[in-house]
Design a protein around this ligand. Structure first.
Ligand SMILES: [Mn+2]
Length: 348
């Protein structure tokens, strides 16, 4: 009898401890939150996924009772401005830098070079990302969720599930926007079943039909290609990520140019903009997607030609390599550049 009671008691404890969200909530409770507001930020040169994963994750942390607030690491791009206006969710303020020791949560990146200024001296409480691991040492971060899905917003949506909560309307809009943007509305290579699940649940929650979502995704694609009112430097920086690898700093911008008639002139404009932006100790690259299937890789900086040649073959002309097949920055361009930089270090 005693044994049965003991079993009943322990199983009820087990049950009460393993209810929906308990494990995730317990892990959140165990974090050292301090007394100041914890900022949640995506990467610099923020795109839709970076902005929206931070908005929705800060909201989730608030729902669990923690003082968290989303921040932007810079002005938003045209696509983010378009989708926040169209779907109707509010954008957070910009945070120029964090104080030493400040508590932060990072979404959609794992590289210090892409983080809010001051991140190296801050305390990173959590990291939620879907990129190849960068130079941020995740072993020392109390809660990490890194998984190869199409969008960081998919991971945030899953964590809502683990917390046993449904996103607020604002956050559902933001999460759907992030999944739509990073997966090109589920059409991009690298989109997973988990992204589709998030997409379906979020559009259902918002009462949006697949057609309505599709129409908004067309507007997002158009906005992301619209460089109206921007200087060539701003175009290059509008979707640009920084990396540190084997002692080298490099940046990779991603731009689209769909007008074949002005393609060559546009490449020259980008090269000139990159020259003016390039620091003494860095390499700049740009992936330019064009109307045809292939893409151009532009390069500048001391030693960039060697790296570009090793990564992408013989340049077509000075500063310009070409790939006949489409390349993805995360899956192809960055790993190829890292390999080429490592080989260069061995040879020199
Ligand atoms: Mn992302």
């Amino acid at each position: 009898m005693k044994l049965i009671i003991a079993l009943l008691v322990s199983s009820s404890i087990l049950l009460s401890c393993s209810g929906p969200g308990t494990d995730f909530r317990t892990r959140m409770e165990a974090l050292d939150w301090g007394s100041d507001t914890c900022y949640v930020t995506g990467h610099k040169a923020p795109d839709v996924d970076a902005v929206c994963s931070a908005i929705a994750y800060a909201d989730l942390m608030q729902s669990l009772g923690y003082s968290c607030s989303a921040r932007l690491c810079g002005p938003v791009n045209n696509e983010t401005a378009f989708v926040s206006k169209t779907l109707g969710f509010k954008l957070p303020p910009v945070l120029e830098a964090v104080e030493p020791g400040a508590r932060i949560i990072l979404t959609d990146h794992s590289e210090y070079a892409q983080s809010v200024t001051g991140a190296r001296q801050a305390r990173i409480l959590q990291l939620i990302d879907h990129h190849i691991p960068g130079d941020i040492d995740t072993c020392s971060i109390p809660f990490v969720r890194v998984s190869p899905v199409g969008s960081a917003c998919t991971l945030v949506w899953e964590l809502y599930g683990e917390a046993g909560l449904e996103p607020s309307e604002q956050s559902a809009k933001a999460l759907l926007a992030g999944v739509m943007s990073d997966t090109k509305n589920l059409n991009k290579k690298g989109t997973t079943k988990r992204d589709s699940l998030a997409w379906t649940a979020l559009s259902r929650q918002l009462g949006m039909s697949p057609e309505q979502v599709f129409i908004i995704s067309l507007g997002m694609a158009e906005a992301s290609r619209s460089y109206e009112g921007m200087s060539d430097e701003e175009i290059y920086l509008s979707d640009c990520k920084s990396y540190q690898y084997e002692g080298r700093s490099f940046r990779v911008g991603s731009v689209d140019w769909l007008d074949p008639a002005t393609e060559s002139a546009f490449l020259d404009r980008m090269l000139a903009a990159m020259e003016s932006l390039c620091g003494a100790d860095e390499l700049l690259f740009a992936k330019v997607d064009v109307a045809t299937e292939g893409c151009y890789i532009l390069y500048c900086g001391y030693g960039a030609e060697d790296v570009a040649r090793r990564a992408f073959g013989q340049p077509k002309r000075k500063g310009v390599c070409y790939s006949p097949s489409p390349l993805n920055r995360k899956a192809h361009v960055v790993p190829l550049l890292q390999k080429a930089i490592a080989e260069g270090n061995v040879n020199s």
